[in-house]
Design a binder for this molecule. Structure first.
Ligand code: NAP
Length: 289
């Protein structure tokens, strides 16, 4: 592994290239592409993420259709909306913005989205295909992390990777993709015994705990790569899990927050809308044959 000083992995720059590419493809398509976003409640971070996705859609020429539902909405009402959108030929991509308010069954609701319109790639069909190594739609944050790692030119084969997060959205699918690339992956969480020893020996640390300053320089091995997925407000500023000042002294590569994983996640979300559109078109062509 490379030695210090740390190289900054600039997610904004890569995201720009992806969105330009999507824009070119969208402008070459005659149909208009529509992306439905379902927001339940009024979570501040969710509102920010949705605005970012809407802005990116505007930039590339994809129409957005925001459905705002009350915090105490009945599960049946959300499912009925999803079914309507599944059957709407003019809607090509659907997401339910996460997290959902606590009493709602996230898996049950996400499972209702048509796999061909599943922009977040979180339906059982798409997660199942990812597990089998036949990924059709990869969750955008996972694609973002993999792309950032590719930008370091590191050969992932045999590398010791620690992911601190075991959620369906991040840790689980990311561990499957990195395992497919022959990395040795440890999925860590609040019940992990001696997290410090896992982190200390890792070549690559990917953290998404949502705790500011969670990862500090003294915890990591010199020359490791640190990817910070965390994204929250702390003392009035947007920050991630990583204590950037101390960690960047020791890593070979590091992502900033903001400007690392976040913009790439948005870009890959919009690319997934285009992917859904293409999948639906190719299916229509196959059934017409
Ligand atoms: N940049 C982006 O594009 C992007 C996209 C999505 C999410 N995020 C951010 O990523 C963070 C996590 O999101 P999420 O939805 O996955 O949250 P989540 O479901 O709450 O998951 C957090 C994970 O971190 C683990 N964890 C928390 N504190 C820990 C500790 N002290 N030691 C070890 N493990 C710990 C949890 O372990 P347990 O399972 O044991 O509870 C859990 O697996 C948030 O800051 C979110 O805003 C960013």
């Amino acid at each position: 592994l490379q030695k210090v000083p740390a190289v900054l992995l600039d997610g904004r720059k890569i995201a720009d290239g992806i969105l330009n590419d999507v824009k070119d493809k969208v402008s070459s398509i005659d149909d208009s592409i529509k992306f439905a976003i379902i927001l339940v409640g009024n979570d501040e971070s969710s509102n920010i993420f949705i605005r970012m996705k809407q802005k990116a859609c505007e930039r590339v020429g994809v129409e957005t259709d925001l459905h705002k539902l009350e915090e105490d909405v009945d599960k049946g009402e959300i499912i009925s909306l999803i079914k309507t959108l599944n059957n709407d030929k003019n809607t090509h991509g659907i997401i339910v913005q996460l997290p959902l308010p606590k009493p709602l069954d996230e898996n049950k609701i996400l499972g209702e989205i048509s796999p061909l319109k599943d922009v977040d790639g979180l339906t059982p069909h798409n997660i199942g295909n990812l597990l089998l190594g036949n990924e059709m739609i990869v969750p955008a944050t996972v694609e973002a992390v993999v792309t950032l790692l590719e930008n370091t030119n590191i050969n992932l084969e045999g590398k010791d990777v620690v992911i601190i997060n075991r959620s369906n959205l991040i840790g689980k699918p990311l561990s499957m993709i990195l395992t497919k690339k022959s990395a040795t992956v440890s999925l860590c969480h609040t019940k992990t015994n001696d997290l410090a020893s896992h982190v200390k020996r890792a070549d690559i640390i990917i953290t998404a705990t949502g705790t500011p300053q969670f990862l500090t320089g003294d915890m990591i091995k010199g020359g490791s790569i640190v990817i910070d997925i965390g994204c929250m407000k702390f003392e009035g500023k947007t920050c991630g899990d990583v204590d950037f000042e101390t960690v960047s002294q020791k890593t070979s590569y590091i992502t900033p927050v903001p400007g690392g994983v976040g913009p790439l996640t948005v870009a890959f979300t919009i690319r997934n809308v285009l992917r859904c559109f293409e999948l639906q078109k190719s299916q229509t062509m196959n059934t017409e044959k």
